[in-house]
Design a protein around this ligand. Structure first.
Ligand code: HEC
Length: 275
């Protein structure tokens, strides 16, 4: 909900904001209605089919109490987007009740390992350079993202079922390359770039990266630390516009890697202090 609308930032010469990994829509309202019609998601083939499903749903009476009756199909769809976006903006989805939030409020303390992880995150690990740990100006919340697009060199996920799909859906077959923002904008200078994720609740949102190539935070951290020096790490899916100054050869120890994982586990909402 804190993601700004997609825009070009001339001061930083980069694109910022927008929804989806490639920023293809601007608002939560627009995002919310897309999956209904995506053939890979809910695959509803037209608006009338969507409306008849809505009218048949047991929550439809609740829905019209708020939005009123209408025969305007586009208006009903827009109202569905509005309702989902309102939920996404609620405190239920944005509670800020992690151990890290308690630590910021000084109502709890981090363990030695977690504190070491935070130090690495904000220091030699360079994570904070994209996953910002300074409060965002409007919300005053630490959101762990700059909302910008980067190609950090995520490898192809050979297990992605998309490669094996019918040519009507994936004409390129095994040769498919996800160009991210560059594909969406048809702009080569943006190829391979994806929106920087928040790290809030990241311990409970495996698998990781836009294509789900890694299952564990340990693998993700090891990738950041050693992308350019560990030959067992697969090559980037898109080898253009690669970030090299703060990713790939961080020279972190195994202890630092473990500490980063411990720190990321403090970002899960619903933390109750143990006493
Ligand atoms: C150059 C900017 C940049 C830096 C530096 C960076 N990240 Fe990221 N991070 C990203 C981007 C962009 C993504 C999404 C990439 C994708 O999926 O293609 C991401 C994704 C992640 C994810 C997966 C989130 C998810 O939900 O899938 C984790 C975990 C993560 N970063 C942790 C870290 C840690 C820990 C560090 C420091 C060691 C770090 N990042 C440094 C930009 C960065």
């Amino acid at each position: 909900m804190y993601t700004p609308a997609f825009h070009y930032d001339s001061a930083d010469d980069c694109y910022i904001g927008g929804q989806f990994w490639d920023g293809r829509v601007n608002s939560l309202e627009e995002q919310a209605v897309k999956p209904f019609f995506n053939p890979l998601e809910m695959n509803i083939t037209n608006l009338s089919m969507f409306i008849s499903k809505m009218k048949g749903a047991d929550f439809y009476s609740e829905f019209i109490k708020i939005y009123g009756e209408s025969n305007d199909e586009q208006k009903i769809l827009n109202n569905v987007g509005d309702a989902i976006a309102a939920f996404e903006r609620s405190a239920e989805v944005n509670p800020f009740t992690s151990k890290y939030d308690a630590y910021l409020k000084k109502t709890d303390t981090l363990t030695t390992l977690e504190a070491r992880g935070l130090k690495v995150f904000n220091g030699v690990g360079k994570c904070y350079q994209c996953h910002l740990t300074s409060p965002e100006s409007k919300s005053a919340k630490v959101l762990f993202t700059d909302f910008k697009y980067h190609n950090i060199g995520v490898p192809r996920n050979p297990g992605n079922p998309f490669y094996k799909m019918a040519t009507s859906i994936n004409p390129a077959g095994e040769a498919f390359q996800d160009l991210g923002l560059g594909g969406q904008m048809k702009l080569q200078t943006q190829n391979g770039k994806f929106k920087c994720s928040t790290l809030r609740n990241v311990a409970i949102t495996s698998p990781y990266f836009h294509n789900g190539v890694y299952k564990t935070l340990e693998e993700v951290i090891h990738f950041y630390n050693s992308r350019d020096v560990d030959p067992s790490i697969d090559k980037p899916e898109v080898n253009e516009n690669l970030t090299t100054d703060n990713v790939g050869n961080l020279k972190l120890s195994l202890g630092d890697e473990a500490a980063l994982v411990a720190f990321m586990k403090t970002l899960t909402d619903g933390y109750k202090a143990s006493k």
